[in-house]
Design a protein around this ligand. Structure first.
Ligand code: ACM
Length: 545
């Protein structure tokens, strides 16, 4: 059946027969299935031309949707079953989410044309008799999009939500703020987007590149855009986790409001939104006023990202250089007042403040694994990016963890070692490497493994200036990642990559129908290359200039 991610169980009936849909199939939507029925009518209706009228009570329907909570007891709350026989097709979900994943499987079974937005002339549709029983291995199956370094306009985000759903991924982590741009409207602090959402130019390539793109870059999501994104995702059972990065990665905010910076060691009023890549020393000042400012930001964020959608709010916490705090008399005085352990203690104080603040509002803090330094706040969860170690330490201490080690699942990193890869950076991580990624490291105790919520792939966008570059880096590897978090065997070497590659043949046709600009198996097409733009060389190798 060439499904990706592979289902737990899929059997074809021995009769070898197919159920053939007529020109106007009827749909029976059981109690609680209206949301999925609506999307199915919309998406499948577009591809097939069917209007899928409701079957009259007691009348046989070609397509039947129902909730089957009992099934969830065996395969989990997001599980589903599909049966195709001479009477038609039944999709049964343990929950609405499970039923939605069943619909995604149905689209794959119908073939690539089921992803088109208008019917091809003369196309008929049929499915082989058989059944599928399926459910995910992990509950957090995510992708992080860095919309700060390069802005991804709203339509692009909605498109990525569709692409996540097609792969049964259910978390979209939006990295909304960084040194190079602030991307979410905050009503009480309008300069965050008036000033912070724009930069005059951008380095073209990675840090070693001497080239500049002199076109101003920017953009942001209005609060209504965010509401639309969150609701669109929720309909597709994708949770959006917002990230506001503190106390580092904050130059865009400081450029907008210089009082957020360490004014006794830097002329913050002279700072602009950063036009370069790397780790920036302009970090937030550790003052009560800065905490109040960001409480205001988070108040608006909490309203836009309701707890029912995701309790988690990401506060970043990564890569906060301590240079300015070391030099700043005000920061040093603060260390003494608070009685914390040096600059690391200040960072920990900052994160702990928001851990408590979010907990008081019924929400949960998640941050990059640097938040372990100086002691993890009591309710915090960790995104483990600098390898597995932070995640292992946090999980063993009873904290929830999302595994996203840069050595395995940073999709901005090059997919092959050749000189043709566009602006190549980081480790070489091929489709097969991502397929062999294992979210649970072997050393983890069984109890700690229970704290690993799942995994996510991260797509940083310094060298991905538009949607085509993003597609190229993310696909096809996101398909391998989806199989890892949905269906993988815990032992990576037991995963059959040759069979996965066979199934990818069918999947490339789906991605083509979806209009995804993936990296072809043979390497980049001429227009996907960026000759002459430096990325970052592999250690010990000359840069691919
Ligand atoms: C990160 O890659 N700085 C989380």
């Amino acid at each position: 059946m060439d499904l990706i991610p592979a289902p737990r169980l899929a059997v074809l009936d021995e009769d070898g027969l197919r159920y053939a849909f007529g020109p106007e199939p009827a749909l029976a939507a059981g109690p609680g299935t209206q949301g999925v029925a609506r999307l199915l009518r919309r998406d499948l209706g577009a591809a097939t031309g069917w209007s899928l009228p409701a079957a009259a009570p007691g009348e046989a329907a070609d397509l039947r949707l129902r909730l089957d909570p009992e099934q969830g007891e065996r395969l989990g709350p997001e599980s589903y079953g599909i049966t195709v026989d001479a009477t038609g097709v039944e999709l049964a979900g343990a929950s609405e989410a499970g039923l939605f994943w069943a619909f995604q499987t149905l689209r794959q079974l119908l073939g690539p044309d089921a992803y088109r937005r208008a019917p091809l002339p003369g196309r008929t549709w049929s499915l082989p008799h058989g059944r599928i029983a399926d459910g995910p291995r992990f509950g957090w199956r995510g992708l992080m999009l860095d919309v700060a370094r390069h802005f991804l306009p709203k339509d692009g985000v909605l498109r990525y939500i569709d692409l996540l759903a097609a792969h049964k991924l259910n978390v979209l982590h939006l990295h909304l703020t960084d040194d190079q741009g602030w991307r979410i409207e905050i009503k009480r602090h309008p300069r965050l987007t008036e000033v912070g959402a724009w930069r005059a130019r951008s380095r073209w390539g990675h840090r070693a590149s001497p080239l500049w793109n002199e076109t101003p870059h920017g953009g942001f999501y209005t609060q209504d855009d965010i509401r639309e994104i969150v609701a669109y995702a929720a309909e597709r059972h994708v949770r959006v986790v917002p990230e506001i990065d503190v106390p580092g990665h904050s130059q865009a905010a400081i450029a907008a409001y210089p009082e957020l910076g360490n004014g006794d060691v830097v002329d913050a009023s002279a700072l602009e939104v950063w036009d370069d890549w790397g780790i920036c020393e302009n970090v937030l000042a550790p003052t009560e006023a800065v905490l109040r400012f960001y409480e205001g930001v988070f108040e608006e964020v909490l309203e836009l990202f309701p707890a029912e959608v995701s309790p988690f709010v990401h506060v970043g916490g990564d890569e906060c250089p301590k240079v300015q705090w070391k030099a700043s008399p005000a920061a040093q005085e603060r260390i003494r007042e608070l009685g914390v352990d040096g600059e690391d203690g200040l960072q920990s104080w900052f994160i702990r403040h928001f851990d408590g603040w979010l907990a008081e509002r019924g929400r949960r803090l998640i941050g990059w694994d640097e938040i372990l330094e100086g002691g993890l706040a009591p309710g915090a969860a960790v995104s483990s990016w600098r390898g597995y170690a932070g995640g292992v330490a946090a999980a063993e201490a009873g904290h929830d963890v999302v595994m996203c080690p840069e050595q395995q699942v940073y999709l901005d990193h090059r997919q092959a070692g050749g000189a043709d890869e566009p602006m190549p950076i980081g480790y070489v991580r091929s489709l097969q490497d991502v397929y062999r990624f294992e979210p649970l490291p072997p050393k983890l105790s069984a109890e700690a493994a229970g704290h690993v919520l799942g995994a996510q792939a991260n797509a940083w966008s310094e060298v991905m200036q538009d949607q085509n570059r993003l597609d190229y880096q993310v696909f096809p590897r996101l398909a391998a990642f989806a199989e890892v978090v949905w269906s993988s065997l815990p032992e990576p070497q037991e995963r059959d990559f040759a069979r996965f590659e066979d199934r990818m043949t069918a999947h490339y046709a789906r991605l083509d129908a979806l209009g995804v600009g993936y990296r072809p198996p043979g390497g980049p097409l001429p227009w996907q290359r960026r000759p002459g733009v430096l990325g970052r060389p592999i250690e010990g190798e000359p840069p691919h200039a």
